[in-house]
Design a protein around this ligand. Structure first.
Ligand SMILES: Cc1cc2nc3c(=O)[nH]c(=O)nc-3n(C[C@H](O)[C@H](O)[C@H](O)COP(=O)(O)O)c2cc1C
Length: 178
């Protein structure tokens, strides 16, 4: 199996911790992994875990001295970009085409030249809200692959659809397309 460059984008969901396990699984399979996070994601998972696993700095800030035009460079570097987990707020930002943070700017600069996967993770009421449903429909129409959220016990205690797939399953799905 040849090594690929995989960019994991992480937004502010309670399941952000799963991204560290996904990064670890992909690294063990020999791939190069970088992570981009929103500011909120860093309230759920610390950069030390991601940096320790990937051997790369966690990228959050667009205006980071020493990283020239980071959003363009990251899009060029990646063979596949996966937004895991995708929060409702970040999904809305992507759908609006806003480029106010690094994660959103990477989405725009990639412009579906490389596969862009979105794995929503949220409460069932949020997931079924027309705003989120419509945003995901648009993103899918544009070319993103939406990873169907799974049913189960959600972090809020309710049972329903809204869980991001477990990291080992995501890793298998990624391997299948590489
Ligand atoms: C404990 C906690 C858990 C949360 N989990 C989720 C979640 O799973 N999905 C989601 O869309 N938002 C969740 N939120 C809300 C987001 O963190 C919030 O909308 C945030 O602004 C998202 O920012 P970002 O999309 O820029 O990362 C949670 C908030 C808290 C305090």
């Amino acid at each position: 199996m040849s090594a690929s460059n995989i960019l994991i984008c992480i937004s502010g969901s309670i399941s952000a911790y799963k991204a560290a396990t996904l990064a670890s699984a992909l690294k063990k399979n020999g791939h190069n992994v970088k992570t981009v996070t929103t500011e909120s994601a860093l309230k759920f998972i610390g950069p030390a875990a991601l940096e320790g696993i990937t051997g790369e700095p966690v990228l959050t800030d667009m205006f980071n001295p020493g990283h020239e035009i980071p959003h363009i460079n990251l899009s060029e570097w990646a063979d596949l970009i996966v937004l895991y987990p995708a929060s409702a707020a970040t999904i809305a930002r992507l759908r609006m085409g806003l480029a106010e943070d690094l994660l959103s700017a990477v989405f725009l600069s990639n412009n579906f030249r490389k596969p862009y996967w979105i794995s929503p993770a949220m409460n069932i009421n949020m997931l079924s809200h027309p705003a989120v449903v419509e945003n995901l429909e648009i993103l899918k129409k544009w070319g993103a692959r939406i990873i169907e959220p799974e049913e189960g016990v959600l972090a809020c205690g309710t049972v329903g659809k809204g869980r991001a797939p477990e990291p080992d399953k995501m890793a298998r799905m990624i391997e299948e397309v590489l």
